[in-house]
Design a protein around this ligand. Structure first.
Ligand code: G16
Length: 542
């Protein structure tokens, strides 16, 4: 029986950088999830007769939320929902399923790299028929629908069995439960030379993949161990847990410190990698060498043609604005178009669909290509392995050659987490107001060339997105960006992005924090971070 339940708008159901993220207990409040899901249905013109994909990263409440969404999809007339077994799907696997099955869209249950558990974070995002995160116009519509909501529809029915593969019915709707790994693995086998990677591993190459007790465990075990022959146990923390073992499933040197320790030990494996809660982020580590996401993007751009799926060359590259200009240097040398977009994978969608770019990346540990419409953690790992197998060099050798050829963009991000929202907003507002006066002035010994509040006009649909971060550039190619995170759930997080270019042959192997010291000093001097946030140092340095 279909129930029509009266409801009232719930404040602040505004999707952020990537869907709606809130404390799990907020999402568990009766009616909260239901209101948001009904707002999605209303914003996309309903789901009657449509096919949807559904899955999530397995965090606490994933299973309950999936049952509610299925009952709401059935009540509103959806014809089919394709669900990953046990309601599990990595974000890139969900994107692939939407595309390969011709679905009308999909819902992904995840707060990505944010911690999980009853007292931590939960999230939900809607992806469109191209497999990518909903565009700003749709997320804005979802928000406005949520502000006017009066009722939602839900089927009064027992839960369905999401452990059983195959088809079942819920009301008139078909629920098709699929293996979450199979289709994704087939796609990877199409893109990469699995035989070359298998040979590399058989010849003694050792790897360690840290799944951080999140969604990529089953994917990495199937692909890296079972198919490519990595030794059993090469994938660590492989069992997804509702609270990710109590850790942040965020692949960076701080939260993946066990991997860093292993990779800097005397008996380190040749290659280390990690992925995040929902499998779209990646971290790459060589023996004794951490590769920044910005550098990784540049190396992948320079070498992608070594993998069969990219042998024809790239159509263009794109990076988020705060990402370093390392990839720009590769693009310039190879004659590729290069785009700088606002933070958030959704901004790459139009460029990928229009074939203007086929490789994209972000400083926030995301890299991907036109094979799906999301960033893809395991894909990046496999592309690196394919490149290593062809070049027969270590990660350190590849990086050294890359910097010798293109120069090095020293890069770091300093995060001040869960700071007072009013203080963070005031810091940004005050600096924004001073931007017009900054060019030509000198700060901490660096002369400012440009200062702007980044705005973006999408080259395909001409939509304009403003206020995407304060960008200050200095003579010689150094740069400072300040931006407030759009994915946090507690207070505000200030991100300070620091960059400096170096091409002197004897200055390519400096400590990044030392190389960036003048830019760090300029940030403090311009924004007064310590005084305004009350923090003497960043919480996280990546
Ligand atoms: C999400 C988006 C990314 C974006 C990141 C930035 O990542 O999907 O495209 O770069 O947020 O986060 P913030 O606004 O906190 O800087 P994820 O992996 O959390 O989905």
């Amino acid at each position: 029986m279909i129930l029509t339940r009266p409801t009232a708008p719930i404040a602040d159901q505004k999707p952020g950088t990537s869907g709606l993220r809130k404390k799990t207990r907020v999402f568990m409040t009766p009616g909260y999830l239901e209101n948001f899901v009904q707002s999605i249905w209303n914003a996309i013109g309903g789901v009657a007769g449509k096919t949807l994909v559904l899955g999530g990263d397995g965090r606490f409440f994933n299973d309950r939320a999936a049952q509610t969404i299925l009952k709401m999809a059935s009540a509103s007339g959806a014809s089919r929902v394709i669900v990953g077994q046990d309601a599990l799907l990595s974000t890139p696997a969900a994107s692939h399923l939407i595309r390969s099955r011709g679905a009308d869209g999909g819902l992904i249950l995840s707060a990505s790299h944010n911690p999980g558990g009853e007292t931590e974070d939960f999230g939900l995002k809607y992806n469109a028929a191209n497999g990518g995160p909903a565009a700003e116009s749709i997320t804005a519509k979802i928000h406005s629908e949520s502000e006017a909501l009066r009722e939602y529809l839900i089927l009064d029915a027992p839960d369905c069995d999401l452990a059983a593969l195959g088809e079942q019915r819920m009301g008139d709707m078909v629920i098709e439960v699929v293996d979450p790994v199979a289709d994704y693995q087939a796609l990877m086998e199409n893109l990469f030379d699995f035989n070359a990677i298998r040979d590399l591993i058989a010849a003694g190459f050792q790897l360690r993949f840290d799944a951080m007790h999140a969604i990529t465990g089953p994917y990495a075990r199937a692909i890296l161990e079972t198919t490519l022959g990595a030794a059993p146990g090469s994938v660590v923390n492989a069992v997804p847990l509702p609270d990710f073992g109590g850790h942040h499933p965020d692949p960076n040197p701080v939260w993946a410190h066990d991997l860093m320790t292993a990779m800097f030990a005397p008996d380190a494996p040749d290659f280390g990698a990690a992925s995040d809660g929902d499998g779209d982020r990646n971290m790459i580590v060589g023996r004794g060498l951490y590769v920044t996401p910005s550098d990784s993007l540049a190396v992948l751009a320079a070498n992608a043609h070594l993998a069969p799926g990219y042998a024809q060359g790239l159509k263009g590259v794109a990076r988020s604005m705060p990402t370093s200009a390392a990839v720009d240097r590769v693009a310039a040398a190879r004659g590729l178009d290069c785009y700088a977009t606002p933070t958030g994978w959704k901004f790459f969608g139009n460029l990928l669909d229009a074939r203007r770019a086929s490789l994209c990346g972000e400083e926030s540990a995301g890299t991907g290509s036109d094979h799906v419409r999301e960033k893809d953690g395991l894909w990046a790992v496999l592309l690196w392995l394919n490149i290593l197998a062809v070049r027969q060099q270590s990660v350190a050798q590849i990086m050294a050659q890359h910097w010798a050829e293109f120069g090095r963009n020293y890069y770091s991000r300093h995060d001040y987490e869960a700071i007072d929202t009013a203080a963070a907003t005031a810091l940004m507002d005050d600096l924004r107001a001073r931007l017009p006066d900054l060019p030509g002035t000198e700060v901490a010994g660096l002369r400012i060339t440009e200062a702007q509040d980044f705005a973006y006009t999408d080259p395909i649909d001409r939509s304009v997105t403003t206020a995407q971060g304060l960008q200050i550039t200095f003579v010689g190619g150094a740069r400072l960006v300040l931006r407030l995170s759009g994915t946090g759930t507690e207070g505000a997080t200030l991100r300070v992005y620091l960059e400096r270019f170096e091409d002197a042959a004897d200055r390519l192997a400096l400590d990044p924090q030392a190389a960036l010291a003048p830019v760090i000093a300029a940030a403090e001097s311009l924004a007064g971070i310590a005084a305004r946030t009350g923090r003497s140092k960043p919480d996280v340095i990546t």
